[in-house]
Design a protein. Structure first.
Length: 247
């Protein structure tokens, strides 16, 4: 049984458990709607949900791409230019120490209610896992490979490009998997703080209007997108980095 089949079975089991609890405990729909109510709400508001999802998906993809770019550049700078580590490492630690919810309102003030502040929030969340994973991989190149390159009189740039970077790509892949999982959260946090579109904005409005079924429908859309994004990234990384160890 492959992972996809197990996921389908688990999802069906959770939905049945959810429906059973709502029915047996007679939970009011304004507290916890049943899966049937959520699916009906999704179908009724599908145009609205798809429109808002496009905004969140765009913010997530742009934040993921830019966060990966900045993280890789920072990791390469820290590994290739040792003095840069003294300056960039504090920035890396500060980016992790500051809670996203604390700085997200400032980003909205500085960058406005459009996509820019949500993309910045996403980048801030992704910067640490990508940079730290890639930098750690660059520092832990197998010594036997480095000794062989030294014996063959390879220069520093050749060693870095042909040995250290390929050896570090599995670590970068691990960081990218973590980043892919949390990237939608960054976009949603930014939308919760201040937005005029997006699934996070729709969830807040639905909650204020007691449209709990619509809020769950938006949450369901976000979950489907997040899972699709993660497993797509995982499949791409397995194809691009075939030498990474399989669990």
């Amino acid at each position: 049984m492959n992972a996809f089949t197990r996921g389908i079975i688990l999802t069906i089991g959770l939905i049945l458990l959810w429906e059973s609890l709502v029915t047996l405990l007679q939970i009011p729909s304004y507290i916890l709607p049943s899966p049937v109510q959520v699916f009906k709400s999704w179908y009724t508001h599908r145009s609205l949900l798809i429109s808002e999802a496009i905004t969140t998906i765009t913010e997530t993809f742009l934040g993921l791409m830019l966060g990966t770019l900045f993280g890789c550049i920072t990791a390469l700078s820290m590994a290739f230019f040792r003095p840069a580590t003294l300056w960039l490492l504090p920035i890396l630690l500060i980016s992790q120490a500051i809670p996203t919810f604390a700085i997200a309102p400032l980003l909205v003030i500085w960058l406005g209610y459009g996509m820019s502040s949500k993309i910045a929030t996403t980048i801030l969340m992704l910067f640490f896992p990508i940079t730290s994973a890639f930098f750690d991989g660059l520092r832990r190149t197998e010594l036997g490979w480095l000794d062989l390159a030294k014996t063959m009189q390879a220069n520093k740039w050749s060693v870095f490009w042909h040995i250290r970077i390929p050896a570090a790509l599995p670590s970068l892949a691990s960081g990218l998997r973590v980043a892919t999982a949390i990237a939608p959260i960054g976009a949603i946090v930014g939308e919760w703080v201040g937005a005029s579109k997006g699934l996070g904005y729709l969830m807040l409005n639905s909650n204020e209007r007691m449209q709990i079924d619509l809020m769950f429908a938006a949450l369901l859309t976000l979950i489907v997108f997040s899972l699709t994004l993660y497993f797509s990234m995982d499949k791409i990384l397995r194809k691009l980095i075939p030498w990474q160890q399989e669990v």
